[in-house]
Design a protein around this ligand. Structure first.
Ligand code: MN
Length: 247
């Protein structure tokens, strides 16, 4: 009798541990803490890290050429990453929460702002593209786009316009603002909509790099053609996941 009770208790304990494990892993997959956005900006022993590209340098050909990808990821993004970590150290900023850093960015120097933006914006940008990309979004995201902008075509036109009319270097964005509304916006240099002094603030859902280094080797001065071709590689799965995490 005693032994049976012991076994019964053990089995119940094991079951409880297994069940709670299941609950925890579900929270991590769907909750804010385990969000996709966080996994794109990994932190290691030496600070913020560049996550591996999810495809080969030539995977986005012919729309984005291999040489641009190699330089853009291997030199530009790598440079922002190491300079960002150096700038954080220099300013004595210990936080590894990138959103927190951006929410105080107006108090920091240009090194943290420019390299932090450069690090974060590119970390997202690679994952907004895929050799299997293109087409249209689906589900709740498509519904929200249609409700907000009229149609997917009208959204594309608005986003392309923001990217095309950004004077000089910068980024075009689709964001979810604090009121839960989708918005299209653009930022200069390496700024982004998470920064406390951004003109339009919100959670990034999609972005396009319109710095010349992102397209000049293949497209030269034809930024419009680069923007048009971007739609052929957009990874809507990532955008949809970020929307689910943000709303
Ligand atoms: Mn870039």
């Amino acid at each position: 009798m005693k032994t049976r009770r012991y076994f019964k208790t053990t089995i119940m304990l094991v079951a409880a541990v297994l069940l709670s494990g299941t609950v925890i892993s579900c929270t991590n997959m769907n909750g804010k803490e385990g969000s996709l956005e966080k996994s794109l900006v990994p932190v290691g022993e030496n600070g913020f890290e560049q996550k591996d590209l999810p495809y080969a340098f030539d995977a986005l050909e012919p729309y984005i050429d291999a040489q641009t990808m190699e330089l853009h990821y291997g030199k530009h993004h790598a440079g922002y990453t190491s300079k960002f970590n150096a700038a954080l150290k220099e300013e004595g900023i210990a936080s590894t929460d990138i959103k927190e850093i951006f929410s105080n960015i107006s108090q920091y120097g240009a090194g943290v702002r420019n390299n932090g933006g450069g690090y974060y914006n590119h970390s997202l940008f690679w994952n907004f593209m895929s050799p299997d990309g293109g087409g249209e979004p689906a589900g709740d995201l498509l519904k929200a786009i249609e409700e907000t902008f009229g149609s997917f075509a009208e959204f594309k036109e608005l986003f392309s316009g923001a990217a095309g009319s950004q004077f000089g270097s910068g980024w075009a964005w689709l964001i979810l603002d604090d009121a839960g509304k989708l918005q299209v916006t653009s930022t200069s240099n390496q700024d982004n909509p998470l920064m406390d002094d951004a003109e339009v603030k919100g959670t990034p859902l999609l972005t396009l790099d319109v710095w010349e280094h992102a397209y000049y080797l293949k497209y030269q001065n034809k930024r419009t053609e680069y923007i048009k071709n971007f739609w052929n590689v957009v990874n809507w799965d990532t955008v949809e996941q970020l929307y689910e995490d943000a709303k």
